[in-house]
Design a binder for this molecule. Structure first.
Ligand SMILES: CC(C)(COP(=O)(O)OP(=O)(O)OC[C@H]1O[C@@H](n2cnc3c(N)ncnc32)[C@H](O)[C@@H]1OP(=O)(O)O)[C@@H](O)C(=O)NCCC(=O)NCCS
Length: 162
């Protein structure tokens, strides 16, 4: 039996240095601190961090988007993953899964019918991670990143979503 000894808690601004460390180790273009604090102000309940007794492990940042579709008489709510990363030394230990489980559950509670995200075409590892969580590719966005296209992935919470 795997014992998960880490815990999740809400983001605080004291986390920014550790987040910057993991960002630098994870991405070609890193988010500045202001992107984190801005998204935290918009939706504090959708910015979670993971830690254990030894330190900071990772984070996930989400938002809820509301959209109107032609031919439908209601407004649709969608969860959207803006950022997720785990300390390179602590990957494949279930931290990313736990962060996604919690944010997906919060999206559902908020009434979202689906969750979407963008991932670099070359980021095969993350695509495998999302695929294992029930996400499927639904499209591509050309030049979403300065140097690369994005794959758009979606996970449905209800039958006619995605
Ligand atoms: C993607 C990421 C958040 C996953 O976090 P993690 O803590 O390693 O994920 P988990 O340990 O919960 O893995 C869950 C499953 O996904 C699989 N997986 C995770 N990373 C993978 C990778 N790089 N390649 C293949 N499979 C991977 C795991 O093997 C595991 O599968 P299993 O359940 O069959 O054992 C982490 O790899 C990361 O921080 N990557 C760099 C940042 C990034 O690319 N973020 C996504 C941007 S869109």
């Amino acid at each position: 039996m795997i014992v998960l000894s880490f815990r999740l808690r809400p983001f605080t601004e004291d986390d920014l240095p550790e987040i910057a460390r993991i960002e630098a180790a994870s991405f070609r273009e890193v988010w500045p601190d202001a992107f984190f604090t801005y998204n935290h102000r918009k939706a504090p309940e959708l910015f979670l961090v993971a830690e254990d007794d030894e330190g900071f492990l990772g984070y996930v940042v989400g938002e809820i988007r509301e959209a109107m579709f032609s031919g439908r008489s209601y407004m649709s709510k969608m969860g959207h993953i803006l950022n997720i990363a785990v300390d390179p030394g602590r990957r494949k230990g279930g931290v990313g899964t736990r962060l996604m489980e919690e944010i997906e559950s919060r999206f559902r509670e908020a009434g979202a019918t689906q969750v979407t995200l963008e991932v670099r075409e070359s980021n095969i590892g993350a695509q495998g991670f999302y695929g294992g969580r029930g996400f499927n590719e639904i499209g591509r966005v050309r030049a979403y990143y300065p140097d690369e296209d994005a794959i758009v992935m979606c996970k449905a919470f209800s039958r006619d979503a995605c």
